[in-house]
Design a protein around this ligand. Structure first.
Ligand code: CUA
Length: 379
């Protein structure tokens, strides 16, 4: 009774949380859903499945393709799913048939006497069944082989002359995003949020500064590793607009699970608007508090790691903050970009993401508020 009650409660709790996530699309709500996992292991599965159905399938799922490569991958996946599912059902049917037969005593014999002299007709029938099974297995494996070979070739076929080139550098534990351009003043640098125009192929050049990471946007493509000292490339094309969550898919240290990012696919004119806004230097403080905040920023350890174009801060150890307020998340997809989260991150990021490279900042309350005003003005 108690177990039933627990299952019921946790399912309803998970559904409520999942509904909140679906309605608000809030990262914070997704994080609070982790309380669901603090239940006995017997009831893990149900809330987890509900959580995945409500959230995962919508925003980060290989089952919901939005580009040509993900489309090819999902076709192969469904082929394998249906074929192996059918094989499983057939094997189970034979197993159940065999179990039922073994419980029926043979005519004129005691049931525990072994069948040492099988009838030749039955033997022939059995060998036919086994041979058919072997032949079917070979044919199925061959179909899989040919299909996965063709899928592999198709995955590399996306390319175009007028493509966009984005260099992604993996750091422990965030993503540096740089839009390449032959003219230096048209290069855009940002972090953890990649904007792409719908319908245009994008060439991603992937690199890493420390350990191996893996670039994965399930709705658009499979995984490609980022290897220190060796540039890898991958092509993506988003065919429908939307926000697709990506995730580092190679264990890269303590905060590997908090190394997320988003791909924002938008119509070309909207993309151009975003690009132009990112090209601009940081906006000037609009009031006294923002001016004080900029002063706090420039006189604190912030400048040792971050860039704000248009000021003296030009370090590239941490993310470029020139337009930090225009981004949807903080700390590589870990937090929704709100004033409260920003404050918590600035003051003690180790509480939120232990082991990250950002030191704590002991700021006076007035200075902290001014700094937040300034950072939030960097749209
Ligand atoms: Cu980077 Cu896992």
């Amino acid at each position: 009774m108690r177990a039933m009650r627990l299952i019921k409660n946790s399912v309803s709790l998970a559904l409520t949380k999942a509904r909140a996530v679906a309605q608000r699309g809030s990262y914070a709500a997704r994080r609070s859903s982790s309380t669901v996992y603090c239940l006995p292991s017997t009831v893990y599965f149900f809330p987890f499945a509900a959580y995945l159905l409500a959230d995962g399938l919508r925003s980060q799922s290989a089952l919901d393709p939005a580009g040509p490569q993900a489309g090819r991958i999902i076709s192969l996946w469904w082929l394998m799913f249906y074929v192996t599912g059918a094989v499983f059902l057939i094997v189970m049917a034979f197993l159940v048939g065999a179990l039922v037969r073994s419980r029926r005593p043979h005519r004129g014999e005691a049931s525990d006497v072994p069948d040492v002299k099988p009838e030749p007709a039955r033997e022939r029938r059995m060998s036919h069944v086994v041979l058919t099974g072997i032949a079917l297995t070979v044919v199925i494996l061959f179909v899989f082989l040919v299909n996965s070979f063709l899928t592999g070739r198709a995955l590399d076929s996306v390319s175009a002359k007028d493509h966009l080139t984005i260099k992604i550098t993996g750091h422990q534990w965030w993503w540096e995003v740089q839009y390449e351009n032959s003219t230096a003043q048209y290069v855009v640098t940002t972090a953890n949020e990649i904007h792409v125009p719908v319908g245009q192929p994008v060439l991603f050049k992937l690199a890493a500064t420390d350990v191996i990471h893996s670039f994965w946007v399930p709705n658009l493509h499979g995984k490609t590793d980022l290897i220190p000292g060796h540039e890898t490339v991958t092509w993506l094309r988003a065919d429908s607009d939307g926000v697709y969550r990506g995730q580092c898919a190679e264990f890269c240290g303590l905060q590997h699970a908090h190394m997320g990012f988003t791909v924002v696919a938008e119509p070309p004119d909207k993309f151009k608007q975003w690009y132009d806004s990112q090209l601009a230097p940081a906006s000037e403080p609009a009031n006294q508090s923002q001016a004080q905040g900029r002063q706090v920023f420039l006189s604190s350890p912030c400048v040792m790691c971050h860039t704000v174009r248009g000021t003296d801060a030009g370090s590239r150890v941490g993310p470029d903050l020139t337009h930090v307020a225009s981004r949807q998340t903080l700390a590589a997809g870990t937090l929704e970009n709100t004033r409260g989260h920003l404050a918590g991150w600035v003051v003690d990021s180790q509480r939120i993401k232990p082991g990250n490279r950002m030191p704590p900042n002991n700021l006076e309350p007035g200075d902290l508020q001014a700094l937040l005003d300034y950072l939030q003005s960097l749209k």
